[in-house]
Design a protein around this ligand. Structure first.
Ligand SMILES: [Fe+2]
Ligand SMILES: [Fe+2]
Length: 418
């Protein structure tokens, strides 16, 4: 009897211990500024290309505690570990952001300048109170050497659980990608700091070595009672993009911009607001454009691929500009399906000239395909998590879309004849 009682008490004591550890673990897991002690350790480190990635590179990170003397250190990478002796420091700019209006975090950024083209650099970020690891990135070449990049549609939902596998597959398929390009709806609620935490957890070390081009989707916009207001307060502090968009429009800064990369021009548009001003700006950018390839990215598709969706106002404002200036490729998201057009000119399929428009999706949310533009579509699909690898080599652009299990899903080539 006594033995039984002892065993029961022992079991209770064990259960109590388990409960204690569970509570303890749950509390330790309460990552983020609201649930854990502030830390001076750098987190959410992300590289972003500048307008001219041959000689400069931007890096942004944050600490949840205020730190003295935040900075980044950089040196040309060598196999010998003494590259660190030659590292130089650049002081960071710091912006304090209150998460949900209450918990302060500290976003730090540095733009490395005067770098050498085609050079592998090692850098770390932090402060005397805590440093990141040394990471590598490579600057762009000064001439039009071949390169590749990864293009990704909306992650948005179950980012950690279901998008990690896409990010990992993309990294393994294209380990030499010069950068990754996301076309918005990176998270579902752009105001939710924990969804951004999920994004960084899902993508791991990749943005510490491969620069990320991102643009905002409608889900990066603040909504009150269902009414879309402005770009989330978390956008500008956590990224450092070129501020070469439409002049004088504060709301488009770091959301509408362009980047030059080895003979290709990458223009990102913010499809959520100020479309007329961006159309005017785009005409100017494309008028004086000596690059061989021009690639435009925007969240909302011009030729919708899902449900009963359509964006006629976007189409009315922009597609004539693409026709006139010979834009090669338009990369889009938003429709949670796959759709790739033939070459399109004046809304019609053409063999000789025109722009290829693509919609793709990363995450598990998938919509029903639309028939609206079926006459111009070369490939459509849904219920497939995808990533794309685009290679530019002189007069040839090679596009490949892979599903997350590694099979080729779609591909095409564009060739410049003049
Ligand atoms: Fe969207
Ligand atoms: Fe979306």
């Amino acid at each position: 009897m006594n033995g039984l009682k002892t065993r029961i008490m022992g079991a209770r004591a064990g259960a109590g211990l388990v409960a204690f550890f569970l509570i303890f673990t749950i509390c330790v897991d309460c990552a983020g500024p609201a649930g854990s002690a502030p830390s001076s350790r750098p987190e959410r480190i992300i590289l972003n290309p500048t307008q001219n990635p041959t000689t400069s590179m931007a890096v942004t990170w944050r600490t949840t505690d205020a730190v003295e003397n935040p900075q980044a250190q950089i040196a040309v990478a060598t196999a010998a570990p003494d590259f660190r002796d030659k590292a130089v420091s650049a002081a960071a700019k710091t912006e304090t952001v209150k998460i949900d209006g209450a918990n302060p975090v500290y976003y730090h950024s540095v733009v490395f300048e005067s770098l050498k083209p085609s050079t592998l650099y090692a850098y770390r970020v932090g402060s005397p109170a805590g440093w990141s690891e040394w990471n590598h990135f490579r600057t762009a070449a000064a001439n039009d050497e071949p390169f590749s990049f990864v293009y990704l549609g909306d992650p948005q939902n179950e980012i950690e659980s279901m998008c990690s596998r896409v990010f990992r597959a993309a990294q393994m398929k294209a380990p030499d990608a010069a950068f990754w390009l996301f076309v918005g709806d990176i998270v579902n609620n752009g105001e939710n700091d924990d969804e951004w935490r999920e994004f960084y957890d899902a993508i791991g070390w990749i943005p510490r070595s491969i620069p990320m081009i991102l643009l905002p989707g409608n889900h990066e916009y603040r909504k009150t009672m269902g009414v879309t207001e402005g770009l989330t307060y978390l956008w500008r502090p956590q990224f450092t993009f070129p501020e070469n968009g439409p002049a004088g429009l504060e709301e488009l800064k770091e959301a509408s911009y362009y980047i030059d990369y080895q003979g290709a021009l990458f223009v990102t548009l913010n499809g959520n607001e100020r479309l007329e001003e961006q159309a005017k700006w785009l005409k100017k950018v494309l008028r004086d454009n000596p690059r061989k390839w021009t690639i435009v990215s925007i969240h909302q598709p011009f030729y919708s691929t899902a449900g009963n969706r359509d964006n006629p106002y976007h189409k009315m404002l922009f597609t004539d500009i693409f026709d006139k200036h010979g834009v090669d490729l338009v990369l889009q998201g938003h429709d949670h399906t796959y759709g790739r057009t033939h070459k399109v000119f004046k809304d019609k399929k053409r063999k000789d000239k025109g722009t290829v428009y693509v919609v793709t999706v990363t995450g598990p949310k998938q919509y029903k395909p639309s028939e609206l533009y079926k006459d111009i579509m070369a490939k459509t699909g849904t219920q497939t998590q995808l990533f794309q690898v685009v290679r530019i080599n002189g007069d040839k652009l090679t596009y490949e879309s892979y599903n997350v299990t590694g099979e080729l899903f779609d591909s095409f080539e564009l060739t410049k004849t003049n």
